[in-house]
Design a protein around this ligand. Structure first.
Ligand code: NAD
Length: 263
């Protein structure tokens, strides 16, 4: 018996990183997964890997900031599998990593907000009607430790978007609590993916002015456990929130950060 047997799950940002790993874990626990990303080739590879491992997966090219794309994603998932039980709104971008507020361009601000925040809103807007029809569901929105604290400096659009995802999750959770739709947020710490690699590569005020090796060491030194997290460690929290094991959890931010926010 898998922990997600009979469930249909949409996972955005599933061409790599946390999204791909979570899709693999969900499928291995019996879910039928719809993997969505604007990286069409990458997300088809994710689907193929799942199918080769014996799971059920469909890939879709979707820009989460585009209302038509997101509406189409919800429709395609419901058409193919008859219901949507889980939505993992995980797609996100970091944007500029080195522009303090006065130097953050409006273009960077708009891009990051439209993907990280509007993308989450659109996912919920178009999937909730299907969840209402089938009697409920679980929505998981990816926030960040940056939704809880002011770290990192130089990424005001990112930090603001992730804080707003927590508030949006809370209010949507209140709206649908009696309809059996649970809405929670995950707040990952720094996780070893393409995103954290780019953060280290491009540099950030918190990492000093050394080369990329020194910047990686500086980032690890900020971590209470002395290491970054792994995508699998976020996927396991997503699995708990997607499954019925979290039946009394809604409207809450779930921190998975190796203790970063506790420092
Ligand atoms: P990643 O860059 O490896 O993966 C992000 C995925 O989202 C990519 O496949 C990318 O193509 C996709 N994506 C970006 N914009 C999109 C759009 N408009 N439409 C569809 N797909 C889009 O990064 P990751 O670390 O796996 O990040 C996943 C989520 O976790 C993001 O929301 C990120 O902000 C969050 N997060 C990551 C970290 C970290 O340290 N890696 C920490 C906290 C939160």
């Amino acid at each position: 018996m898998g922990r997600l047997d009979t469930k249909v799950a949409i996972i955005t940002g599933a061409a790599g990183g946390i999204g791909r790993t979570t899709a693999q874990l969900f499928a291995s626990e019996g879910a039928k997964v719809i993997v969505a990303d604007w990286d069409e080739a990458g997300v088809e590879t994710s689907a193929q890997q799942i199918r080769e491992a014996g799971g059920e997966a469909t890939s879709l090219r979707v820009d989460v900031s585009n209302a038509e794309d997101v509406q189409g994603m919800a429709h395609a998932a419901a058409e193919k599998y008859g219901q949507i039980d889980v939505l993992f709104n995980n797609a996100g971008v970091e944007g500029d990593t080195q522009a303090f507020t006065a130097d953050c361009t409006l273009e960077n601000w708009d891009r990051v907000i439209s993907i990280n925040l509007t993308g989450v809103f659109l996912g919920m807007k178009y999937v909730i009607p299907y969840m209402l029809k089938s009697g409920g569901g679980s929505i998981i929105n990816t926030s960040s430790i940056s939704g809880l604290v002011g770290y990192p400096p130089g990424m005001p659009a990112y930090t603001a978007s992730k804080g707003a995802v927590i508030q949006l999750s809370r209010t949507t959770a209140m709206e649908y609590a009696k309809k059996n739709i649970r809405v929670n947020a995950i707040c990952p710490g720094v996780i070893r993916t393409g995103m954290s690699d780019r953060f280290i590569e491009r540099g950030n005020d918190s990492l000093g002015s050394g080369g990329s090796d020194e910047r990686r060491k500086a980032l690890e030194a900020l971590e209470p456990m002395g290491r970054l997290g792994e995508a699998e460690e976020i996927a396991r929290m997503a699995l708990f929130l997607a499954s019925d094991e979290s039946s009394y959890c809604t409207g809450a931010p779930f921190i998975v950060d190796g203790g970063f926010v506790a420092t």
